[in-house]
Design a protein around this ligand. Structure first.
Ligand SMILES: Cc1ncc(COP(=O)(O)O)c(C=O)c1O
Length: 376
């Protein structure tokens, strides 16, 4: 008899990017040079100063890291929030380090929601990063989507939120569309959170990858008593493999996280935390990272526009979001030429008719891809 698997897992569709990875492997095996714009994993080098801090932080024996994290990391994160967003956070009570941000995003519903109550809707806009839904499902909560449409600037219709809502996820700058939200949007959402008694969970993985204006944070609202922000070094500092981020939230949420997290064991290793202090303390490497993404955009955008593929939103993040007729057929045609992109439908039904380029290949590869695209 087969071993039983939890139904939530067994019923889950394959993580869409696993399918992309399979396509990539098939092409490589067939000898095709693949330029991979599929997955949002930066190929940028991590700054040598950060790598050195990791090496210097490696002790003879590394004990279990504590869930609360090193005080110097929480202080560095608080200083960064003050410098970047002008908000003062208490590093003792309003911050906790996380293992990247994905695990913390995934587990928020488990930490906050009573699955037996009527108040268990977890709302998020789609197209979306898939983890808000999966976290809700594993917590026995009820995932509920709001379509993010081009005519609304890829912002959700906040009029649809009611009293059965426990968590509202927002993610600006947005993956996959690259849309940004203004502070007024967060203010409106925070006011509704008070009225309907829900929390605003703001996934801010991409706030540092901008091109014109630094985007706002939900932390900047006048009353942040219901606001939980997820930050990460993954994209800002090209540190996906290090797994380092933090949650900034009201003290009662941080205490709940400190109670929950030791059970799961998701505190980053202390040598990673020491490298993270260096990363949060420095902006030069982030400016260089932004410049690299800008150069890649500059190479690709004119070629894509010349093909009549309309680049929409895409104001920030490492993504270009293109409105393309017969998007799935275009994805297949690109694949034949070794250019791997993500179909918008990977991110939800409202992603239909779009494709996403993640600007992760090198500038040289982007230049080669632009030549292929030009003759396609
Ligand atoms: C929207 C969004 N949020 C969060 C994450 C999680 O990143 P990490 O766990 O590396 O911090 C990602 C990663 O791709 C993302 O796209």
């Amino acid at each position: 008899m087969p071993i039983r698997i939890a139904p939530t897992l067994a019923e889950m569709a394959t993580y869409p990017f696993v399918r992309l990875e399979e396509a990539r492997r098939r092409l490589v095996a067939a000898g095709v040079e693949v330029i991979d714009f599929g997955r949002g994993d930066p190929n940028e080098p991590t700054d040598p100063m950060i790598r050195q801090a990791l090496v210097d932080g490696l002790p003879e024996r590394a004990p279990y890291p504590m869930a609360a994290g090193l005080p110097e990391l929480r202080e560095a994160a608080a200083r960064w929030c003050a410098a970047r967003f002008g908000v003062e956070l208490d590093p003792e009570t309003e911050l906790v380090p996380t293992y990247g941000s994905k695990e913390a995003i995934f587990s928020l519903a488990q930490v906050l929601i009573d699955p037996s109550s009527d108040k268990r809707a977890v709302v998020y806009g789609e197209p979306a990063y898939p983890v808000y839904e999966r976290g809700a499902l594993f917590a026995g909560a009820e995932p509920r989507t709001l379509p993010l449409l081009r005519e609304n600037g890829f912002l959700p219709d906040l009029g649809l939120l009611g009293d059965d809502v426990a968590i509202v996820w927002v993610n600006y700058p947005h993956n996959p569309t690259g849309a940004v939200a203004l502070l007024s949007f967060y203010e409106e959402l925070a006011a509704l959170a008070e009225r309907h008694d829900f929390v605003v969970a703001s996934d801010e993985a991409y706030t540092e990858l901008w091109f014109d204006e630094p985007p706002a944070s939900a932390l900047q609202v006048a009353d942040r008593s219901r606001v939980i922000v997820f930050q990460t070094l993954s994209k800002r500092s090209s540190m996906t493999g290090y797994r380092s981020g933090f949650v900034a939230a009201p003290p009662e949420v941080i205490s709940a996280l400190k109670a929950y997290r030791p059970t799961v064991g998701t505190a980053p290793q202390e040598f990673v935390q020491r490298a993270s202090v260096v990363a949060w303390n420095d902006e030069r490497h982030v400016e260089e990272t932004r410049a690299r993404y800008r150069a890649k955009r500059d190479v690709l955008m004119p070629v894509l526009a010349a093909k009549g593929w309309e680049i929409v939103a895409s104001e920030a993040t490492m993504y270009l979001w293109l409105a393309v007729p017969a998007a799935d057929a275009v994805v297949d045609r690109l694949l034949e030429r070794g250019i791997l992109v993500a179909p918008g439908s990977f991110f939800g039904p409202s992603g239909d008719g779009y494709i996403r380029f993640a600007l992760v290949p090198t500038l040289d590869e982007c230049t080669r891809a632009a030549a292929i695209l030009a003759e396609l």
